[in-house]
Design a protein around this ligand. Structure first.
Ligand code: UN1
Length: 499
């Protein structure tokens, strides 16, 4: 199969309910085969201006639609996603490379998010509060912000877009979305689904293009009032700086250096499975991927042996093959970054136990494949133990006790996810209190967040906002405080109070 249309086709931007401007295209490559699947336009600032104009216009009407009616559209979106789950999953595997089982899981996140956020159409709760004055009513309520700009990465091309756009839309905003150019098909499909679900024109717009042109134009556009970004740390910090200057609201999620802690009392079989799934699933290309294992020295050798026994069982290949467990890396640049960290790790003195190489012989020569890689005897100060690699590379860091494990876990600039394997209830409660990450797992790996809980992290992972969960609404709404005085006379707050 060359592509899902049966022929190579140019994608276009989706603006005001129309497919427009498909110029200046670049090919989208299936990372499993290097085949060109579609062509995606690299749009300009003018296209962003057009999209924002349409969104601004549409948002005025959309904000007046009662929230339960806005939510009706999301229910329809949910059903359409559900109906097309298998097709979408296959397309997702083709453009992103993740194995089919995980692609299905990702589409499921979108389905879950649709129904969950649709429910918010009948909640979107504010608060009524007493006033300090007689015959006066006070309340606070959520109001939409206007046009929101969404910038998303290639590693979860549909799920992350749903975490952001669904709450934005149910709350009465209009969206301009810049998906990653590596994975535009999910954006194309989601726009079609919104249209079929009956979303009014202009409420949801997609502009394809680079971060430096389209992303930059979005960040600088005065009518985009919020930017919600998931992606690299460097880009996120640049966006934060720009938004700071403009006093523009910005929500950032910028990765992790997530660790699994394995204590001396852990169920080692379970811990091995948890590590393998969260380190090598999605070929390690998740923000939540496990890339450090902090292991109690008493069980270090046993754990190494178990991992070395299981890693070779992971079948590497094209994710469309149901028996494959580890798919390709997104592109050669991704591979090159991983390779450079292998070299760094070796030079720093960590011991390479298995893996470490790109697979280049047939049948892997056409795609971008990297062996699941295990380092041991790493120390917390090494770059391989500090920096995000975004590939199937995990480093074991031996520690002497629980306290040291917590300290090592927290000694990175990121703070997205962490996990501990232990049978000791006291350690469980201490760990959930002391692990400095936005997500903590007990007796499970570091991946697998559910959409109705807040997703995000502490420290360098973000800036305090959360994706998904009810907390996502805080990104896409303002709080308005409303006072209604029904006394018929001038009542001055703080002054006309009964002493
Ligand atoms: C990401 O890698 O940016 O918790 C998102 C998880 C998935 C989402 C990951 N549900 O691993």
């Amino acid at each position: 199969m060359t592509d899902y249309f049966g022929q190579i086709r140019n994608l276009k931007n989706y603006i005001n309910g129309e497919w427009v401007r498909g110029e200046n295209t670049v090919p989208v490559i299936n990372p499993a085969t290097s085949e060109e699947i579609v062509y995606v336009p690299l749009s300009t600032k003018e296209t962003v201006d057009e999209a924002v104009k349409a969104a601004k216009q549409a948002q005025k009407e959309w904000a007046l639609v009662p929230a339960p009616q806005r939510a009706e559209i999301l229910y329809k979106v949910g059903y359409l996603l559900k109906e097309r789950k298998e097709t979408l999953a296959r397309l997702l595997t083709m453009e992103n490379g993740k194995v089919l089982e995980e692609a299905r899981g990702e589409v499921q996140e979108g389905i879950d998010m649709a129904f969950y956020m649709a429910g918010e159409g009948r909640r979107l709760f504010g608060q009524t509060t007493p006033s300090e004055l007689k015959d006066k009513f006070a309340m606070s309520m959520r109001v939409p912000i206007g046009v929101v700009g969404i910038i998303t990465p290639w590693n979860f091309p549909i799920a992350i877009a749903t975490w952001k756009s669904f709450p934005a839309i149910v709350a009465g905003n209009a969206v301009v979305w810049k998906p990653a150019t590596e994975t535009p098909i999910m954006a194309y499909e989601l726009a079609k689904i919104f249209e079929e679900a009956g979303l009014p024109k202009g409420v949801f717009n997609v502009v394809f293009g680079s971060g430096s042109e389209v992303g930059d134009a979005m960040v600088h556009h005065p009518d985009i009032r919020v930017i919600s970004f998931t992606g690299s740390n460097d880009t996120g910090r640049m966006i934060a700086g720009e938004c700071g200057k403009q006093l523009k609201k910005v929500s950032l999620e910028m990765g992790g250096k997530n660790a699994v802690i394995v204590m001396d009392d852990a169920d080692l079989e379970l811990a091995t499975d948890g590590i393998i799934w969260s380190a090598f699933g999605t070929s390690g290309q998740r923000c939540t991927a496990c890339s450090r294992v902090i292991v109690h020295e008493a069980v270090k050798e046993q754990l190494e042996n178990r991992l070395l026994e299981k890693i070779p069982e992971l079948k590497i290949g094209n994710g469309l093959d149901e028996t494959v467990k580890v798919g390709p890396i997104i592109n050669q640049a991704g591979i090159d970054k991983i390779k450079s960290y292998i070299e760094i790790g070796i030079n720093e003195g960590a011991k390479l136990l298995t893996g470490g190489k790109q697979l280049t012989k047939s049948p892997f020569d056409k795609g971008f494949y990297f062996e699941p890689t295990l380092f041991t005897n790493a120390t917390s100060d090494m770059r391989i133990a500090q920096e995000e690699i975004f590939g199937p590379v995990v480093s074991l860091i031996p520690v002497k006790n629980f306290e040291e494990a917590i300290t090592v876990n927290n000694s990175v600039t990121f703070g997205l996810s962490s996990s501990i394997f232990t049978q000791d209830v006291n350690r469980v409660f201490k760990a959930q209190r002391d692990l400095d990450t936005g997500i903590v797992y007990v007796n499970a790996g570091t991946t697998g967040a559910e959409i109705h809980l807040p997703f995000g992290g502490t420290k360098g992972t973000g800036n305090g906002y959360r994706d998904s969960g009810i907390q996502a609404l805080d990104v896409f709404t303002e709080w308005r405080s409303v006072y209604v005085d029904f006394s018929g006379k001038l009542q001055r707050a703080q002054i006309d109070i009964d002493e």
